[in-house]
Design a binder for this molecule. Structure first.
Ligand SMILES: Nc1ncnc2c1ncn2[C@@H]1O[C@H](COP(=O)(O)OP(=O)(O)OP(=O)(O)O)[C@@H](O)[C@H]1O
Length: 261
């Protein structure tokens, strides 16, 4: 018996109006996301990755097609899904702890339970000694970790992440990628992740949606059939790297410009 997908996207088109001219940004997008899956959306800058993520989260409206979340049409953001934005979205006047507790604003937990849960996720992202700091007193990478803690504290059904680890150094990135996998397996959270990083997509994903551009479209959906924990230096990993790189070279419609610095 096939379970209903958590997300169903069919015949999706999206355009933006710029200076009175309409530009088609996403063309005929079709795919499903199963409950508990981690799916990366990978593609070159401007191919419409963030737009697609925003549509899934109910932050944008489409021209044509539809998106279902657990069988219901997505028309606006839901509390069952959380979006982790590129620009962190922290409130500068609230401490780190209070920013994370904000994620639990609508929860029925007691004040102390909220605090304990927020502290649990702050420990997880390695910021237990910064709970009383304000965002401006933290580095960009630390601010990103606060935003990650705030998204995770809600323990959402669907976690949407737009370049979540882009601002982090390699060690923190690897560490948080592992934490994300742990959370995913513990809570069976469904994750949709936008990334430019081929290794990140291979390391984290069950499937990778490879997008082409002008207009944004799905070029290929790649299933990553490697068991966890994945080894970045293994032959299997290298195999997927080569497949994806090849996919992007094949996707280049114009010859590269030489000496374009
Ligand atoms: N609000 C908007 N109004 C007009 N055009 C927009 C808007 N948002 C995005 N676009 C255009 O839509 C296209 C896709 O943008 P989007 O941000 O989704 O791409 P992306 O693949 O996420 O890029 P990047 O990797 O650089 O973040 C781009 O041409 C962009 O200029």
């Amino acid at each position: 018996m096939n379970e209903e997908p958590l997300i169903h996207i069919s015949n999706l088109n999206k355009s933006y109006e710029t200076n009175g001219k309409s530009e088609l940004v996403l063309k005929n997008i079709n795919f499903d996301i199963e409950k508990g899956e981690t799916v990366s959306i990978l593609g070159q800058s401007g191919c419409g990755k963030s737009t697609l993520l925003n549509l899934i989260g109910g932050f944008e409206s489409m021209d044509k097609g539809r998106i279902l979340f657990a069988g219901k049409t997505v028309t606006r953001p839901s509390r069952k899904s959380v979006m982790l934005f590129q620009n962190y979205g922290l409130l500068p006047w609230r401490s780190v702890l209070k920013n994370v507790e904000l994620g639990l604003e609508h929860s029925e937990l007691s004040k102390d339970e909220k605090k304990q849960q927020a502290l649990y996720y702050l420990r997880m992202v390695g910021l237990e000694d910064r709970t009383n700091h304000f965002p401006r007193q933290l580095s960009g990478g630390m601010q990103q970790r606060v935003a990650i803690a705030r998204a995770l504290v809600i323990e959402p059904e669907l976690l949407l992440m737009d370049e979540p680890f882009g601002a982090l150094d390699t060690f923190n990135r690897y560490y948080l990628q592992d934490e994300l996998l742990k959370i995913q397996s513990r809570a069976n959270t469904t994750i949709v992740l936008v990334t430019h990083d081929i290794d990140e997509a291979i390391y984290l994903s069950d499937r990778i949606v490879i997008m082409g551009k002008e207009p944004g479209h799905i070029q290929r959906i790649l299933k990553v059939e490697m068991t966890a924990p994945r080894d970045r230096s293994s032959d299997d990993f290298q195999y997927y790297r080569s497949l994806i790189l090849k996919e992007f070279q094949l996707g280049v419609s114009k010859p590269p410009i030489e000496f374009n610095i």
